[in-house]
Each structure stands twice: as C-alpha cells, then as structure tokens.
Design a protein around this ligand. Structure first.
Ligand SMILES: Cc1cc2nc3c(=O)[nH]c(=O)nc-3n(C[C@H](O)[C@H](O)[C@H](O)COP(=O)(O)OP(=O)(O)OC[C@H]3O[C@@H](n4cnc5c(N)ncnc54)[C@H](O)[C@@H]3O)c2cc1C
Length: 371
C-alpha cells in the first residue's frame, strides 16, 4: 500500500467514477466521518466518504458549536468560513424555561458547555449544519460520493467487501479499513453486531422551523424543561428552530405542540409561517454508556459508536473521528488491528471519561428522559 506523502484535494464525484477498491472507506459525511477522513491528509492513501443523501445534506440539529467543539476546530482546522454561520453568530449560553413555572422565569444554565468547563465568557457559534458539515468534508480532502447508501459489508479476514446502493443499483467496493460514521441508526454497526442493535432503546425527536417572533432575546440556546421530557429552541437567521423529545406519555410531535402553546401563552410566540417539519430518532447508547468501537478493521465513530457528550454531539464526533483515522493509519504501519490502536487512543480514553462525567449532570440540571 502506498503511504507516501501527497496533498489530496477534495473532489465530489458521481457514482460512475467510484472505483472498485479504496484503502479506506468512510460511511457518512457528518462531523465524525469528515474528521476521520482528515487524518489521512498527506498519507497518499485512497480515501472515499460515501453519503446516502444528496449533498449538501441537511441534519436535524440546533447547530450550536459549543466551546469544546470550537476549541477542537481552532486547533485542528482552518477558520470557519463566513457563509457557514447563521445569525446571531454567537450563542452566549444556555437558558432554561420550565413548563411548570407560572412566573415565566428564564434561568441561565451554569455552563453552556458541560464538556470542558471553559471560561464562562467563551461562547458558542451558531451555524447552518448543512454548510458546516460540507465545509468539514471539504477540509478533509477526501473523495466524496453522495446518493450512495451503505447497505452491508462482509469481512473475509483480509479485505472488507462493502455493498452500496445508488438509485436502486448495487455496487461492491473492496477496502482494507471501513469507518462507520453513519450516525445513530448506523447500518455499519448493525452489519457488525445485529445483536447489539436489538438491545438499544430509541428516542424520537420532532422539529419545526418557524418564521416567528418571541419575547425572548436571540443569541441563547433555550431549553424547555418539562416534568416528563424536554425540548429546545434557537434563533437561526430570521427563523426559530423548535424541537421536542418524545416521552412515554406522548409522541414527540404532541409534545412539540404542547410546547408551542406554552411558548405562545408565556413568551408571546407568534408564528407567521412554518417552513420545515421533520423527525429523527436517537439511541440511548450514550445514556447507558454502551459504547461500541467496532471490530478488527471496522471502526465506529461519532453517534454510531455512542459518543455524545450530554447535549453536545459535535465534539464527540470530531474527536472520535480523528482518533479512528489516526488509529487506522497507525495500524498500516504497525500491523496491529485498527481497533486495538483506536481503543487505546488517548482521545478515546479521554472522551469516555468526559461522557461519563457529563451525563449525570443532565439530571441535576432538570433534564428528564421520560423513556
Ligand atoms: C434535535 C437535535 C439537536 C442537536 N443539537 C446539537 C447542537 O446544537 N450541538 C451539538 O454539538 N450537537 C447537537 N446535536 C447532536 C449532533 O447533531 C450529533 O451528535 C452529530 O451530528 C453526530 O455526528 P455524526 O457525524 O456522528 O453523525 P451525523 O451528523 O448524523 O452524520 C451521519 C451521516 O451518515 C449518513 N448516513 C447514515 N446512514 C448511511 C448509510 N447507510 N449510507 C451512507 N450514509 C449514511 C447520514 O446521512 C449523515 O450524513 C443535536 C441532535 C439533535 C437530534
């Protein structure tokens, strides 16, 4: 395998240009996949990111880059380009409103960033996730193929055969190392361990975007605390993004409409137009500390592996992606398995520790997972 130094240039290509084999295949073009790919810059390896959606793809997310992620980005990336930011550009902190509070009080959370207790004056960034993720991918220098669904994979002990689907047609790619960065409902994880997937609990979330006004200052990430669940909203350009988490008592959609009524009555929410509705599911891997790093030459990163720091998923994705990429590179030189290097990587060890510390703080701050 050629590991000589060469500068790779980011190229987004059509499925027709997909080769039959790559040194490294990464599934998913989110922060975890892009960060894993970035570790191979200058390695001379043939790296491809395959993404099931059309790029630039959207992602249901508040798009708040918390101080830990900011720190990581400033140490590992070029400056975030202007077009990635949404207004207001800075998120000053987290504020909570409670559906139980008749006084309509707004409280400021003790720390915006539960991860790395950075100085309080450190604020978050407000970004457009589709632009942010696409920029991260471009910064990785890897080849990018969209509309390309990972279906499953087989490992014969030497090579991995990856089956992908594009517009109903199956293709096979052969690789040495596969990195699953395909989010909470990871098919790479399911392909590796269908048994693990059967043990997971799923948490539904629902989101709507409104052209709206509300009597609350923009530039904060607002959390709605509720006896059975929680939600959040953020001002992004002239639009308010509101989401709600399902509980045993009701669906995420029902909860969201209850939150809308609450915000109308207490904080003067006036909706002129609904511009987007969508749902997503998350799994409970982080909340049960049930991480799964992969097997042999197949590594899992980001949410696919369970790395979420309480309310911050982007930092865990960036950090674990980098660790997996570096471990894959190291394995090509050492002859040891990528998993061995990955599980011993100092970033993974540190990430586990941080996740373990911050998860219980959610309960202390009044967040209820009613599942
Ligand atoms: C409502 C909500 C709000 C959030 N707000 C924040 C926030 O403000 N700040 C923060 O830090 N975190 C936030 N998070 C968490 C954060 O969005 C995630 O933790 C983060 O995106 C995880 O990154 P990832 O790269 O692991 O996965 P993802 O970003 O989910 O990327 C996975 C990629 O894989 C692709 N994919 C999936 N399956 C396949 C397949 N079979 N074949 C090919 N491609 C595939 C997907 O299309 C996607 O592009 C929020 C989450 C939710 C649900």
């Amino acid at each position: 395998m050629n590991i000589e130094c060469s500068k790779t240039i980011n190229r987004q290509v059509d499925i027709a240009q997909l080769k039959k084999s790559y040194d490294i295949v990464i599934v998913g073009s989110g922060p975890a996949g892009a960060s894993a790919a970035r570790a191979f810059i200058g390695s001379g390896l043939d790296v491809v990111i395959i993404e099931k959606c059309s790029l630039k793809r959207d992602k249901m997310c508040s798009g708040v880059i918390l101080p830990s992620a900011r720190k990581y980005l400033s140490e590992n990336y070029n400056e975030i380009p202007e077009h990635v930011f949404t207004e207001p550009r800075a998120i000053k902190g987290s504020r909570c409103v409670s559906t139980n509070d008749l006084q309509a009080c707004v409280t400021t959370c003790p720390a915006l960033d539960l991860g790395e207790a950075l100085p309080n004056q450190e604020h978050g960034f407000n970004v457009d996730r589709s632009e942010f993720d696409y920029w991260l991918c471009k910064e990785s220098g890897a080849l990018l193929v969209d509309n390309c669904l990972f279906v499953d994979c087989k490992h014969d002990g030497r090579d991995i055969s990856v089956r992908v689907n594009h517009e109903g047609k199956y293709h096979e790619i052969i690789t040495k190392i596969l990195i699953g960065a395909d989010g909470p409902i990871s098919r790479v994880r399911r392909s590796l361990s269908p048994e693990l997937d059967k043990t997971l609990n799923w948490i539904a979330l629902y989101e709507e975007h409104y052209e709206a006004t509300i009597d609350l200052e923009p530039g904060w990430q607002y959390w709605i605390l509720d006896p059975v669940t929680f939600g959040s909203f953020t001002h992004k350009d002239k639009v308010i993004h509101l989401n709600a988490t399902a509980s045993r008592a009701e669906t995420a959609k029902k909860t969201l409409y209850r939150f809308v009524t609450f915000l109308q009555e207490r904080y003067g929410l006036k909706i002129n137009k609904t511009t987007m509705t969508r749902g997503i599911v998350m799994n409970d891997m982080p909340y049960r500390e049930n991480y799964f790093l992969g097997n042999g030459n197949i590594l899992l990163v980001g949410e696919a592996a369970g790395f979420v720091r309480a309310l911050d998923g982007i930092t865990g994705a960036l950090v674990s992606g980098k660790a997996a990429g570096e471990s894959a590179l190291k394995s090509l030189q050492s002859g040891l398995s990528p998993l061995q290097h990955y599980s011993e990587h100092n970033l993974v060890q540190a990430e586990w520790k941080i996740c373990k510390e911050v998860q219980p703080r959610l309960g202390e701050l009044g967040f209820v997972f009613g599942l």
